[in-house]
Design a protein around this ligand. Structure first.
Ligand SMILES: CC1=C(CCC(=O)O)c2cc3nc(cc4[nH]c(cc5[nH]c(cc1n2)c(C)c5CCC(=O)O)c(CCC(=O)O)c4C)C(CCC(=O)O)=C3C
Ligand SMILES: [Fe+2]
Length: 350
């Protein structure tokens, strides 16, 4: 098929208490995130013994994809590399080169466009290839999949299951949440000629598709886990504030679907299962958090389908009218200036 491997490219997370601060420093290097925010987030990790579930979940998802590849008779070894923590993508790519890989597909663990969700993975690819230098494997990134029917149906079933846990109350409110980003980053998301806001538009579209499939007429789209200095505007409302607002409107039960994420990483198990759930409990509201799609068998099918679609040059199976995006070679952006990193405030006055 012209490819020697699949590189599973993810965010990374610490796997012990001593790894938390070095990990956080990698994530926030040069990004103007205040020290206080870093220390606060470090606390969240320390509640779990300094271990984020993200690496374990990626390894489990990779095992499922390996099984699916074998079942479909596709011979493609899968390698795991991260942006911010071990196994670091630079190291993985060096090993791939040593093993004779010349050309690999890349599956990034984000379904969406935007700087943090798409373009930054292109930068990771570029950085890793530069680090490996001469003879670095060519890397072809697979497309964004927020509107793929397998993604949508896996999330929709998880939302249905969460409603069932609350006893299928007709008044239960469905709330979709995704990682907030600076308003400036969302404005810059997508090809410059197409008006920006591609990240928030795709989140809204995925929520619409999931709600339609789950038969939910009314729902909200909100944001979580904002970072950065307080004076910089990020996408709002925040999930926790939104729970207050729902309570004030008399809503008594809520289902929260982390549609912006593929797995239960730390921002899901802390910011939702802890902070948002506690706020709901404080108001006496019933609360259920819908599962993320990575543990659904359809997720492995989705990954293999994206691979086949690419190598067989088959038409993209998708439910939205947004153009196919994200599939580029060796870290090139989708278009000149696409999802350009937003200008970030300097951490210190210049
Ligand atoms: C859009 C988006 C996704 C979804 C797309 C995708 O999945 O890739 C995502 C995923 C994740 N974000 C994660 C963790 C963190 N994100 C941070 C900071 C930031 N995220 C941002 C955006 C996003 N982030 C932004 C604009 C920042 C500000 C700094 C910067 O501009 O880069 C910080 C720094 C501390 C803080 O201030 O929160 C941490 C620790 C983890 C791993 C959790 C674990 O360890 O299990 C995952 C999967
Ligand atoms: Fe993040």
């Amino acid at each position: 098929m012209g490819y020697d491997a699949l590189l599973w490219l993810s965010f990374g997370g610490p796997e012990g208490p001593d790894e938390v601060m070095p990990f956080l420093e990698n994530v926030t290097r040069g990004r103007g995130v205040p020290r206080e925010r870093l220390l606060e987030v470090a606390e969240h990790y320390q509640h779990f013994g300094g271990v984020s579930p993200i690496n374990r979940l990626n390894r489990a998802a990779i095992a499922a994809v390996e099984k699916q590849l074998a079942a479909e008779g596709v011979e493609l070894p899968v390698r795991f590399g991260n942006r911010n923590w071990h196994p670091m993508v630079e190291q993985t790519l060096a090993e791939m080169k040593a093993d004779g890989v010349r050309r690999a597909l890349v599956f990034p663990t984000s379904a969406y466009g935007g700087y943090s969700a798409c373009r930054q993975y292109d930068e990771d690819i570029e950085r890793a290839r530069a680090a490996v230098g001469e003879g670095a494997p060519d890397l072809v990134k697979l497309r964004q999949f927020f509107d793929h029917p397998l993604f949508v149906s896996a999330v929709a079933d998880a939302v249905r299951a969460a409603h069932a846990r609350l006893g299928d109350r007709p008044d239960a409110r469905t709330v979709f949440t995704a990682h907030s980003v600076p308003v400036s980053a969302d404005r810059a998301a997508g090809p410059p000629s197409e008006g920006g806001h591609r990240y928030s538009q795709q989140i809204a579209e995925a929520a619409r598709l999931v709600a339609a499939e789950a038969g939910i007429a009314e729902y909200d789209v909100v944001w979580q886990s904002r970072s950065g200095p307080p004076q910089v505007p990020w996408l709002e409302p925040d999930i926790v504030d939104h729970i207050d607002a729902l309570h004030e409107r008399g809503v008594e039960s809520v289902v929260v679907s982390p549609i912006g994420f593929v797995s239960d990483h730390l921002e899901v198990i802390w910011d939702l299962d802890n902070e948002a759930a506690e706020r709901a409990a404080g108001h006496g509201m019933a609360f259920a958090r819908a599962a993320t799609p990575d543990s659904d068998p359809r997720f492995a099918e989705l990954v293999v389908e994206l691979i086949r679609e690419h190598v067989e040059d088959a038409p993209a199976r998708k439910l939205s009218g947004f153009p196919v995006a994200g599939c580029t070679v060796n870290g090139a952006p989708c278009a000149i200036g696409c999802c350009e990193p937003a200008k970030r405030p300097s951490p210190r006055p210049a």
